[in-house]
Design a protein around this ligand. Sequence first.
Ligand code: SAM
Length: 312
Amino acid sequence: GRILAGDDVIRGTNDDAAVSRLAAVNLGYLTDPHASLFVRRPQKRPPVINRGTYTRARALDDLIQRFLSSGDGDPRTKQIVSLGAGSDTRYFLLKQAGKQPGRYFEIDFPEITGKKAQTICKNPALAQTIGAYTLACGGIELHGADYHLIAGDLRNFATDISQKLHDAGFQPDAPTLFLSECVLVYLAPSTSEQILRAAAAMVRSGVYVVYEQIHPDDKFGQTMLQNLRMRGIELPGLTRWPDLDAQRRRFKECGWGDRCDAVDLNHYWDTVPVEEKERIAGLEIFDEIEEWMLLSAHYCVAWGAKDGVKNA
Ligand code: SAM
């Protein structure tokens, strides 16, 4: 294949996420009629990966749902900012379910947002969900009434990106959920701290939700890191936030400490209702219980809240 370097490799992780998501959708783990629009060559994934993709999506959807129904209970008074959104389809799914926030912002590298903007323009189901929109910056940005696709480098969050958010109608007074799903771990620790602090400074109240790898040091973690390294991918974030305690501490230190917590996917899986677990168990043969528990111990959902947002 093509030789990728630096940021290209990081951008490539979005294709991976999209392929895994489609694999899980095709087997019935998740429902997402748009997942296939972001994948050129579908691939199957092993059962543990499918279950992981499902649990990750469900854990984050749960937190987002709780945020959207918190406070006055009205999603429209709130906003969501997804940093490193990639091919995420949540905005479209939420809006089609009538549960979208008043504003939804997605940020990624221009190479990614440009492709996403094109996909949206070519697909009536996506375009009509947004309603009237305009393309900007030569097609790498897209702005609708409640949806904004913004191009930029998260390493310049505090300067460029926060300005672009304000230009696009970001509301400092609206309860805001920031989401980084498998994103911060690729950045230098000082950079993600800057992002968290800058995000906290942008809002009166809100919650910051992170999903990423943990536990680099045990055998499974070492193998996970080695496999990534072979593809040229490093996870610098793991050096500073290797476990659940460190993840909680990060929120306390970076302006999101009014309430914060971190759980791994094993813990989250335990909270999935038994009927749903049975449905999942019926989707494909699943013998890899031990591997599943190991994998799940290596991914965490962590969040920190700043004032005012209840039940997040
Ligand atoms: N959040 C999406 C999901 O979970 O499906 C995509 C996750 S993908 C693993 C990581 C995403 O973060 C990629 O789309 C990548 O381009 C983006 N990203 C990483 N570093 C970035 C940076 N410095 N600026 C903008 N985007 C970045």
